[in-house]
Design a protein around this ligand. Structure first.
Ligand code: PLP
Length: 390
C-alpha cells in the first residue's frame, strides 16, 4: 500500500497506552488504581442525559447545520458572556465533536512546511503531533515549575520569528494544572501587537476548574486580538461529558467559513441529540458543576501534601484542572521508569511527564479524578515501593 509519508510524523497520546496496560493488568486479576486517566470520574448530570433522550424522542434524528444548531450557538454565546463578560456572536461559534477537532482544524489551517507553530511543553501531546503532521516546525514553549507551570509572556514573545503562524496556549494546563496569571496574558497580548501575522489558539477546556479563588483570564477579554484568536472549549471536562464528543470553538470572522468547510468535509455535523444535551448543560442548573469542582479541590488538597511526603518527590500546588505534576528527580529514576514501576509493581497507573514533551522529564502526571480513598491507597503503595527501593 502507498501510505502517505506524513503519517510517519503523526504522534499519539501515550496516556491511552498506560490505560490499555492498566486494563490488561486488571484482566489478569491485579488491583490497579487509576490515576492516569484525564476524565472526570462523575456521571453526566441527569437533566443533560434526559435532554438528549427527549431530543431523540422528539425526532431530532437528522443532520444539523455543519456549524451547529443556532439555539446551541446562542447558548454558548450567553455562557461566554456570563463567564468572561464578553460579547461573542453565534456566527463566530462552531460546534465540534469534542475539543480535539478544534486543535486539529486550527493546525491544519495554519500549519505547512516553512512555518513555525509554538506549543506548550509539557503540554497536551496532540498539539505537537498535529504540528509535525502538518509539516510545520514545532517550537516548544517550556513551562517551568518555578513559574507554577504558567507560560512566561516574555519567553513566548522572544521565540516569535517571521515564520511563526500560530501560538497554542493552554490554561489551566494539562498535564501540569498550571494556571496563567492575568498579567502574563495581558503582557502577551500587548507584545503581539508587534506581530500582526501571528494567530493564537487558546485551549480553555479546563477554564471552569480553578482553585483558591483564581479567576480564569480568557483571551476573549482582549478585543485587540479577536481578529486572530481561536478559542477551544467544550463540555467534556466541565459537565463530565468526555464520551459524548461535544465541544465548541470561537473563530475570527475572516476564517469561520473555512472552518465550517472543514467540518462539512470531515464530520458533516455533531450528532443532533448531543447538541440538545449541550443546551441543557449550559442553560440548566449548574449545581453539579459546582459540586464536581468542589470535589476536585478537596482531592487536590489531599493529594498534594501526600505527594510531598513521598521520598524524592516535590509537588507545587496546581492552580486548576485535575492534575498534580510532581517533580520526581529525587527518586533517581526517569519519569518513564517510575511510571512503569508504579504500574507493574504497585498497581498505580499514572503518566510519565515525557508523554507530554521533552520538558516533562523528571515529572509524573497524577490525575486526581478518583476518590480520596483511592488516592490515599495509591500514594501509600507508591510510598512502599519507594521505601523498598532505598
Ligand atoms: N485540550 C486539553 C488540554 C485536554 O486535556 C483535552 C482532553 O484531555 C482536550 C483538549 C480534548 O478534549 P475532548 O475530549 O473534548 O476532545
Amino acid at each position: 500500500m502507498l501510505l502517505a509519508e506524513n503519517l510517519k510524523r503523526l504522534g499519539t497520546e501515550t496516556a491511552f497506552e498506560v490505560l490499555a496496560r492498566a486494563a490488561e493488568l486488571q484482566r489478569q486479576g491485579k488491583d490497579v488504581i487509576n490515576l492516569g486517566i484525564g476524565q472526570p470520574d462523575f456521571q453526566t448530570p441527569a437533566h443533560i442525559v434526559e435532554a438528549a433522550i427527549k431530543a431523540l424522542r422528539d425526532g431530532h434524528h437528522g443532520y444539523t447545520p455543519a456549524q451547529g444548531i443556532l439555539p446551541l450557538r446562542e447558548a454558548v454565546a450567553k455562557d461566554l458572556h456570563k463567564r468572561h463578560g464578553v460579547e461573542v456572536s453565534p456566527d463566530n461559534i462552531v460546534i465540534m465533536p469534542g475539543g480535539k477537532p478544534t486543535m486539529f482544524f486550527a493546525v491544519l489551517m495554519f500549519g505547512q512546511p516553512g512555518v513555525e507553530i509554538m506549543y506548550p511543553d509539557p503540554g497536551f501531546p496532540i498539539y505537537r503531533s498535529m504540528i509535525q503532521y502538518s509539516g510545520a516546525k514545532a517550537v516548544p514553549i517550556a513551562l517551568k515549575e518555578e513559574n507554577g507551570f504558567a507560560f512566561s509572556a516574555d519567553e513566548v514573545l522572544a521565540q516569535i520569528t517571521p515564520k511563526t503562524s500560530l501560538i497554542i496556549l493552554n490554561s489551566p494546563g494539562n498535564p501540569t494544572g498550571g494556571a496563567v496569571p492575568k498579567e502574563e496574558v495581558a503582557k502577551l497580548v500587548a507584545g503581539l501587537a508587534k506581530h500582526p501575522q501571528v494567530a493564537v489558539m487558546s485551549d480553555e477546556i479546563y477554564s471552569q476548574m480553578l482553585y483558591d479563588g483564581r479567576e480564569h483570564e480568557s483571551f476573549l477579554r482582549y478585543p485587540e486580538i479577536r481578529d486572530r484568536l481561536i478559542i477551544l472549549d467544550g463540555w467534556s471536562k466541565t459537565y463530565a461529558m468526555t464520551g459524548w464528543r461535544l465541544g465548541f470553538s470561537v473563530w475570527p470572522k475572516s476564517i469561520v467559513e473555512t472552518v465550517v468547510r472543514l467540518c462539512v468535509n470531515n464530520h458533516s455535523c455533531v450528532n443532533a441529540p448531543t447538541q440538545f444535551a449541550g443546551i441543557a448543560a449550559l442553560e440548566g442548573p449548574q449545581d453539579d458543576v459546582v459540586k464536581m469542582v468542589k470535589a476536585f479541590d478537596e482531592r487536590r488538597r489531599a493529594i498534594v501534601p501526600m505527594l510531598n511526603q513521598l521520598p524524592g518527590f516535590t509537588c507545587v500546588n496546581p492552580g486548576g484542572a485535575f492534575y498534580a505534576f510532581p517533580n520526581i528527580t529525587g527518586t533517581g529514576m526517569s519519569a518513564r521508569e517510575l511510571q512503569n514501576r508504579m504500574l507493574e509493581e504497585a498497581g498505580v497507573a499514572t503518566v510519565a511527564g515525557t508523554s507530554f514533551g521533552i520538558h516533562g522529564e523528571g515529572y509524573i502526571r497524577f490525575s486526581y479524578a478518583n476518590s480520596i480513598e483511592n488516592i490515599r491507597k495509591a500514594i501509600e503503595r507508591v510510598g512502599t515501593l519507594l521505601m523498598e527501593k532505598r
